[in-house]
Design a protein around this ligand. Structure first.
Ligand SMILES: N[C@@H](CCC(=O)N[C@@H](CS)C(=O)NCC(=O)O)C(=O)O
Length: 206
């Protein structure tokens, strides 16, 4: 059976669990990381030398890097739906996955870590504010796309919606000021209506 190591309050673990749920494939999730430890044990390091979560094991095939797992599961279990068959639509979906990791995640990091993982008295208000402003500015990019199509890669929900969907859910859960992004909010509501999203992504923050 498919195994996914990682605590469900990790945004990168959520991506993979959400994908498995969308594919309807049976899996076992094993808590690891942060308060659960596990990631520094020799057995875990042999699978994932980064000592990070998630790690995936599909019948002995072991992977790390969450976006790669999303692509792998989409190709193996979600062809024609999560994994677009048309090359250009595939690249369009893939582009949003890379943008989420390379651009959005770093900008958002200080809002999330500051507001959720840092005790109030130790928070760096300036870093949180810089991160908030930068994230709000970046989210105008998917907002413009979603203003004229329901999903990031067009008319259908694809793997391209998964990483950014996880991050936007966190962004909308933060007790901070946000500019109105009506198309992004409507897209988030469409994602949140999916049972797989409710199971994997709408989970406690810490
Ligand atoms: N690029 C990696 C990043 C993995 C990563 O940084 N995971 C974080 C959680 S989101 C982690 O393992 N933190 C340490 C821990 O939980 O012990 C991926 O996408 O899988």
């Amino acid at each position: 059976m498919l195994k996914i190591w990682g605590r469900i309050n990790s945004v990168n673990v959520k991506k993979v669990v959400w994908t498995a749920e969308e594919c309807g494939v049976a899996y076992e999730r094993i808590d690891a990381g942060m308060q659960y430890g596990v990631v520094s044990t020799p057995a875990y390091l042999a699978m994932n030398p980064n000592a990070r979560v998630p790690t995936l094991d599909d019948d002995g095939f072991v992977l790390w890097e969450s976006n790669t797992m999303v692509r792998y599961l989409a190709r193996r279990y979600g062809q024609g739906t999560l994994d677009p068959q048309d090359l250009r639509q595939y690249a369009d979906a893939d582009r949003w996955m890379d943008w989420c990791t390379s651009t959005l995640a770093g900008a958002f990091r200080n809002v999330f870590w500051g507001m959720v993982r840092t005790p109030i008295e130790q928070r760096d208000a300036k870093a949180i504010e810089t991160s908030r402003v930068e994230t709000a500015k970046l989210l105008a990019i998917p907002e413009a796309v979603l203003a004229h199509q329901p999903y990031l890669a067009g008319a259908q929900f694809t793997m391209g919606d998964i990483p950014l969907g996880c991050f936007v859910h966190l962004w909308l859960s933060m007790p901070i000021e946000r500019p109105a992004h009506p198309a992004l909010s409507a897209w988030h509501a469409r994602l949140a209506a999916r049972p797989a999203f409710q199971k994997a992504v709408n989970t406690p923050l810490s």
